[in-house]
Design a protein around this ligand. Sequence first.
Ligand code: NI
Length: 165
Amino acid sequence: MTYPIVKYGDPVLEQPAETVKEFDTPELHKLIDDMFESMYAARGVGLAAPQIGISRRIAGEDPSQKLVLINPEIIRNEGKQSTEEGCLSVPGFREPVTRAARVTLRAQNIKGESFEMTGEEILARAFLHETDHLNGKLYISHLSVLKRDIIRRKIRKLVKAGEWA
Ligand code: NI
């Protein structure tokens, strides 16, 4: 099932998601399948469960690999990179964000097994972006107050025009 992507303004995007405690259930498998289906439909490269309105600590990355991260935690950040970042929940905007260049996280897979993984460049950025989502944080919170206000103002106009739903 394809879910619509929740957009900025919905409170589910700005609250910490709930820890997953039950693994390998049919319900969890279905939810993860639905997340990837919704990600493909939206042509995204990463998706966190709150972005389909489900406040649980699950993220999917890299549609070609179908990488599933449950209860991910960043355990190491190294270096710096600054490239443009966007988000399916904030469509139409892209801004440079400084992030670590090499990121190691610890997460669980669908069976509840823990693993560690290191990503560089795009994957490092995706790890940080999706983990932020699960903590109720959007990438625009990393921008300057000025830039963030410009984006918020533009979005308010889109909301008024009925073009942000
Ligand atoms: Ni996002």
